[in-house]
Write a protein that binds this ligand. Sequence first.
Ligand code: NAG
Ligand code: NAG
Length: 522
Amino acid sequence: MGTNQRVSFFSFSFFLPILLAILSSVPSTVSGNGFSIREATVRDLQLAFKYNRLTSRQLVEFYLEQIHRLNPIFHGISEVNPDALDLADKADQERRTKAPESLSRLHGIPIVLKDNIATKDKMNSTAGSFALLGSVVPRDAGVVARLRKAGAIILGKASMTEWSFFRSTTAPIGWSPRSGQGKNAYTLGNPCGSSSGSAISVATNMAALSLGVETDDSIICPSSRNSVVGIKPTVGLTSRSGVVAVSPRQDTVGPICRTVSDAAYVLEAIVGVDIHDHATIKASKYIPKGGYAQFLRIDGLRGKRLGVVRDFENLLHLNPGGVSASIETFHQNLNTLRQRGAILVDNLKLDNITELYFTDYGELVALRAEFKLSLNAYLKELIASPVRSLADVIEFNKNNPVLEKIEYGQDTMLQAQATNGIGKAEKAARQNLKRLTKNGFVKLMKKNKLDALVTPVDISSRILAIGGFPGISVPAGYTKDGPFGICFGGLKGSEPKLIEIAYGFEQATKIRKPPPLQNFKL
Ligand SMILES: *[C@@H]1O[C@H](CO)[C@@H](O)[C@H](O)[C@H]1NC(C)=O
Ligand SMILES: *[C@@H]1O[C@H](CO)[C@@H](O)[C@H](O)[C@H]1NC(C)=O
């Protein structure tokens, strides 16, 4: 490996136009010929640090330049951290003075956070809404405290569907008053949401890594649609404290990254007990000794029992992430899984699937009441805030109409405001969700001794959401409508197996291609 003969690579103002011109042909590896930050993985970046080919400052400068150029088109970033360069200098300093073994894998690597994840710094945490602009949070969110401890650089906040799609059923997906319309990294169309900006920013290389938050579909869908990897962890595995909440029963914070290994490293950094989120205590039993990186096994598919429910293929049109022409590719993906040693347990039936997909099965009834309770709790805890309750937010919205989006009302918020705690209807709804989970997914998994259920795009997300189960979306193909993923879902705490499966699939297929930015007018 050569020395620093290509150090001039990092004079970005000179190189960036060339870089953008040859976007699709630049390899993402460290080599004797130089080093490309674009598409670089955590492993690539750490190697580049180690061989003095890269500093965190250069890395942050690269992403700031990318954001400057690309964000006006994609709207994936809502704010940049004014301290990012200082944090980079600090990381570079630490790398010079500390023992390499004492630094974590994420040390010196920039990450963006969905805008509903609170940071106690110069940045705003607003869930996309002007109502929270200027609010002062009591402390970093639990996951942010862990990222800082791991030495990651908080580069900025990612845009999102305002209030995690809990303002209005007519809200444009990926749109918020603060950030405008987030655009799909491949098509400039629907990016899916609500963690739209997280997926857009890593897909377009405006950040190395990102965090999203999911209540139902909000990590899996944008990951699928933007050809990146999303891990929706078991509920409670990652702390939700300091997250503008929808439902403690379903909310979960997880990584959205370009590769399974990057996502696994981020997951490893953010899991663990947080006294501000009691669910983390019980879920901590799922954290494997030695972390998640050990499950990045090239033979991860061998012997894994994967369930296939063919009924899902007829339901794709029901989900926002559904892509019409993806079924043929999904069938090819299944063949790949089989060839790599997985055992496909095919033609399974999921009990009550019709009830789940064609009736009002209770999820929204429960979520509306839970949203009111948990949003009010979040707002009450703020040190200062223009709004202190859901009622205040509704009033704020009335007084601040979104002029360019006439249709954008607040029906969901009004329905939530009309709830009154967890009453009879909500209890019945929760019971129903429990029953559907027990009779459906849990029975299917246990009876067939499955390691994971494998489904196209994001179609199984509601099943994973209502039961608090983990899932991973991995890039699986492209159609003229854009990219789509394949989803592996498992029982609580099955992240190690899901990572083995997802990594095995990713390494066998290497489907992700960077977006064709040269096709867009920059
Ligand atoms: C946070 O919002 C305030 C407006 O209240 C703005 O002045 C400031 O620049 C924002 N912070 C960042 C990092 O963008
Ligand atoms: C749910 O599935 C169970 C088991 O197959 C069945 O007995 C029951 O009738 C189903 N309920 C509904 C509402 O479809």
